[in-house]
Design a protein around this ligand. Sequence first.
Ligand code: PLP
Length: 376
Amino acid sequence: MLLAPSIQPFFPPQRTLMGPGPSDVYPQVLAAQAKPTIGHLDPLFVGMMDELKSLIKYAYQTTNAMTLAVSAPGSAGMETCFVNLVEPGEKVIVCRNGVFGDRMRQNVERMGAIAVVVDNEWGEAVDVDALESALKAHPDAKFVAFVHAETSTGALSDAKALCTLAKRHDCLTIVDAVTSLGGVELRVDDWGIDAVYAGSQKCLSCVPGLSPVSFSPAAVEKLKSRKTPVQSWFLDQSLVMGYWSGEGKRSYHHTAPVNALYALHESLRLLAEEGLEAAWQRHQDQHWALRQGLEELGLKFVVPEEVRLPQLNTVLIPEGVDDAQVRQRLLQEYNLEIGAGLGAFAGKAWRIGLMGYGAKRENVSLCLKALADVLN
Ligand code: PLP
């Protein structure tokens, strides 16, 4: 018999989260999560889920019936899209301009499909012309996949242009909106996105661990016409929809993360109350203020101005500055977290997030003051 460990309750400090996510959670969202747990088939809970579905649709600007929150983080949203739509042997053009594009490639290859990778420079947006050449070279491709807002670099790609091009070549589109949802313009229906996934922990400022996902009617058609079963039982949308669907009786699929869904409901309700366009503008306004201050400190942005994400500011670490030491001092002395570089940018850049609730003037001021102190 193992002895019971003597462990005290955990009291996390109040940090300011200005990394690549998770972002600071709205106090109202934390409060929503602390409400009493009720049954996940309780009629009141089911009513809340219907509202949540309409809030996800608003955030994505879609009328897609197959819209829900996967009970797992953004990576599971990614996997949901690939595992439901792509069958072994099918060809997927994956545009890769950072870590998460490469994660898409890995998903495609793990399900026995063929990934045609279109590589772009790290820090650049996905190149529309390069995609066009790949589509011409691979007329048998069935999908185009790309990351709208590459969190590893801070680059924003032109989702509308990429999807328009993909449609012209009869491809379905799979789009990663983990960092873009709520932070920059995203219009799922108008832009012709067929499958999209996001994360609760970025510009929605919700607790981590949920992934809003939406499939267009064409994507649903593809799912229904599969010749092989979806390899993942848990992520199979045709089964999950039995629980999320508004039609008829809800059936048990898995035990929904009840309190986390309260939190997502509240964060999306706050987004709807603010209005999408106002939220996009707020991210842009705070980015401009931060950008000015960072440049005054002599820091240089990695991403060209025209494709810079307002919610994720990637700057080069100045020559001779100790990356880890700076981030440690920010954390210890200011309770401020900024992000380290990822992949090709590890040790070379910092990623400063202005996401959701964190996209506000107090955070910009704190970050600039703390950096000025620590860098001098
Ligand atoms: N895609 C992008 C663009 C991301 O930034 C992330 C996480 O940072 C993911 C996918 C994976 O999401 P998660 O960490 O929630 O699984």
